[in-house]
Ligand binder design. Sequence first.
Ligand code: ARG
Length: 563
Amino acid sequence: MDFKAEIAKKISGLVDIELDKVMELIEIPPQTNMGDYAFPCFQLARVMRKSPNMIASELSGKVMADSIVEKAEAVGGYLNFFVNRKEYIKHTVREVLEKGEKFGSSEDGKDKNVIVEFSSVNVAKPFHVGHLFNTVLGSALERIYKHSGYNTIKINHLGDWGTQFGKLISAYKRWINEEALEQEPISELFRIYVKFHEEAERDPALEDEARAYFKKLEEEDSEVTALWQRFKDLSLREFSRIYEALNVEFDSYAGESFYSDKMDEVVQMLREKKLLKDSNGAKIVDLEQFNIPPIMILKCDGATIYATRDLAAAIYRKRTYDFYKNIYVVGGTQSLHFNQIFSTLGLMGFEWSKDCVHIGHGLVKFADKKLSTRKGDVVFAMDVIHEAINKTMEIIENKNPNLDNKEEVARKVGMGALLYTFLRNNREKDVVFTWEDALNFDGDSGPYVQYTYVRGRSILKKAGNISDAADLSYLSTEDEFQLVKLLGAFKDSIREAVERYEPFVVIRHVTEIAKAYNKFYNTHPILNAEDNVKNARLQLTKAVGTVIKTGLGLVGIETPENM
Ligand code: ARG
């Protein structure tokens, strides 16, 4: 039973507002002495020509106490509802235990296809921390959408096409070290790519050579194509280790090259709709009416670019997946690009352009410069992952050297610390990384939440056989009620995360649950309580563990059973 929905029904029976709208209006009061749910009467005041407070107090007289509501009070224009605590606790804890990991899921997205594009790394270039943030964010978003019943499609729009591949082939022919290429493909490819740029400054003829190679690639010359394919295979082999560490898989790796034969059609469409304009030999679409600069479609030499491929990709996705939403998780620096793409699609007459959304995010910065950088300013994702796991291992060796499955725990906790750091705040904010914060077991951190889960597990283990028939009305303290209320609000946090495209809402909520459980645990006995109370508290402990595990899982964090 959903108490909020039941209360909404009561209200809509008393006033002339539809149920859905009442659901939207209901708020959670900031303080517990103001009740558990509040209905603002300000909207009604305009229609009924009475003061909000008068309406609230009239309504309060009509709400009868029952198994849902204990009382309703009018305060400052709000009708505050106090739920029947006993019933609320019983229903909520039961529901968690019955639904298990499905708790918080819904059918909101039934029969709706949602594309989540994320990661979208570049072949032959480093998978850096920025991409890591992106991948973690996109994957969390996808999991949350899936939990809400959407049919999700995960796409990795690989950067595997463009003139840079001509440069790379030219560089390969001149400077490659085959052994290094096999051992550390990305480093080696990146090395020769950087070298190409240095050399080209002295010898501009190199640029012409590179252009010629890219032309060959476009013409599907077999030797050049084979080289390009090899760069791609080697890169993906290296990237796949990162995806494995993150437990991320994709439904499609259709990247930029996939659209190389699908752009003529786009150019044709633009021409037919009379949207293409000449600009010093290049072809552009004017976007002045949207107050943004024009988008380039064809360069002077007739070559297509990144943006052209994105237009082709969007059209292809609509045809293939008939999406309800097409979500692009891409750094905030590309917001103009996506604005241009979506506006152009709109001009082309695709009304579904409104279903395309760019979900931007901030940068990753390091507060302590201790992190090893291999080349220039680029911090490799794999280095950060290794460091997180190694540092966690050191802590385990210090604190708990006899733990049996150290490797596994270090992996889960290290990765958890990392993911938590990326996802704890509003995604637009830059992530400022310090190992101290990430691995702090007491503050808001992945390990803190994981540790709370482990603590609960160990209590349950110590208790041995626990009776499922516990009488939950023995959960009668304020701390217990507040804790259960957070469990009940887990669904709302998921819904909010979906609406705002913000996984941090879920991770924050799970952290609140962990804090509330620790507060409860520190103030009330569990195993030493009298039998009825003990049994009820063990059930509560079980329910808390379930929600923590589900919530962390939704953002890609695993929970160890001991640590
Ligand atoms: N590969 C690009 C980069 O690393 C991101 C691609 C974003 N996706 C897109 N559909 N344009 O910057």
